[in-house]
Design a protein around this ligand. Structure first.
Ligand code: FES
Length: 124
């Protein structure tokens, strides 16, 4: 029987990147794939996918559209609900280092903020 590691592991962040949209609305696919490849490299090199990371693992997903559809590549960081636009490959390492590792989002690159409701506010 195979253990499902994601179920047994704490998740610190989930990064969703619109990088290669099929309708090419927010960015050129060449730009997008460069950003996606850099995101994979940086997360791997910083050890953020290790299941024994005390803060939890960092998941990454390439998505088709995040419904911004301009100024791509678009990156949303959950659970913080912070959206970055114009995320070219050169911005990936600063975002991961400062936002994910140091817990200091890069304010000047934020497009919008949409935090989740907390359980207590959802019950109200
Ligand atoms: S196509 Fe990228 S956000 Fe919609």
């Amino acid at each position: 029987m195979i253990d499902p590691p994601a179920v047994q592991t704490t998740i610190s962040h989930h990064l969703l990147l619109c990088a290669t949209p099929t309708k090419e609305k927010c960015c050129d696919p060449t730009t997008g794939i460069a950003t996606w490849n850099e995101l994979k490299r940086v997360i791997r090199e910083l050890g953020l996918e290790k299941t024994n990371r005390p803060e939890g693992i960092v998941l990454r997903s390439k998505v088709d559209c995040l419904r911004i559809c301009e100024r791509g590549p678009v990156l949303v960081v959950w659970p913080d609900g912070i959206w970055y636009t114009d995320v070219t490959a050169d911005k990936v390492e600063p975002i991961v280092q400062q936002h994910i590792v140091q817990q200091k989002p890069i304010r000047q690159w934020i497009y919008k903020m949409t935090p989740f409701r907390t359980m207590s506010s959802a019950d109200e």
